[in-house]
Ligand binder design. Structure first.
Ligand code: CTP
Ligand code: CA
Length: 230
């Protein structure tokens, strides 16, 4: 193989990847959102296609990114739209990756017209409803043999370290693999590089050194190929 060429070890494998952040509308012009760039999910899609996979990318909101070569891209906006697209695509996928930053909550109501401020009326209070846990639903509905990969952005606190939280999350979600990024202090979000850990349901844990998001993507696909072979 040419130097730097990637193995074609995902040939014939159909993968569905979510990327980017969701936007939860308050009114026609305002939303609740997050700072996800989408770069890690796009890198996963690009590398999977380079390794021969049949790739569908369900893309939320991202910084300006070119469509990954060789991938089918479906654009969505809200968590509920992302959920519909992921369930539809997962029905025929071998591997499902939830790299999207899904809003945990959405405004309970979406005003049909722009919300106005008023000196007579009290300032509005935003009530939030819980969004469904799409990753947990995908695990619940998974086809026989289908692999499900989740992401977790964690900070350490008095309750435990980044890894402690991540181990609990992997169990709770029931995914086969969990990619864990330490966040805060400019780590992971809006950056070019990522580092962290890759936790597997069988208890295997490996650290992912700081590197380009394409490098982290390769590590994830290596682990997926290892699980498919078993
Ligand atoms: N996720 C999801 N649906 C949601 C929220 C999160 O599918 N409504 C997915 C993310 O795409 C990610 C994984 O769940 O793959 C972990 O997301 P994270 O925000 O770290 O976990 P939560 O379960 O939302 O827990 P918390 O934010 O309270 O730590
Ligand atoms: Ca969350």
């Amino acid at each position: 193989a040419a130097p730097g060429a990637l193995p074609r070890d995902l040939e014939g494998v159909r993968v569905v990847i979510s990327a980017g952040g969701t936007r939860e509308p308050l009114d026609p012009v305002r939303y609740l959102g997050n700072r996800s760039s989408g770069k890690q999910g796009y890198a996963l899609a690009r590398v999977a296609a380079q390794r021969g996979a049949e790739v569908t990318l369900v893309a939320g909101h991202t910084v300006a990114l070119p469509d990954p070569a060789g991938a089918t891209v479906r654009h969505v906006s809200t968590a509920l739209e992302l959920r519909e697209a992921m369930h539809a695509e997962a029905a025929s996928a071998d591997v499902v990756v939830m790299a999207a930053a899904v809003a945990d909550f959405r405004p309970a109501t979406r005003a049909d017209v722009k919300i106005k401020k008023s000196d007579e009326l009290p300032d509005p209070v935003v009530t939030l409803d819980r969004n469904p846990d799409i990753l947990a639903e995908l695990v619940r509905d998974r086809r026989p043999g289908q692999l499900v990969v989740g992401f977790a952005a964690e900070t350490g606190d008095e309750q435990g370290s980044v890894l402690d939280h991540a181990r609990v999350k992997l169990k709770r979600k029931g995914a086969d693999l969990l990619v864990v990024n330490a966040v805060g202090d400019g780590k992971a979000f809006e950056t070019e590089d990522n580092s962290g850990w890759l936790l597997a349901a069988d208890g295997t844990e490996r650290s992912i050194p700081l590197g380009a998001k394409a490098q982290l993507a390769s590590t994830v696909w290596d682990a997926v190929v290892g699980l498919i072979k078993r």
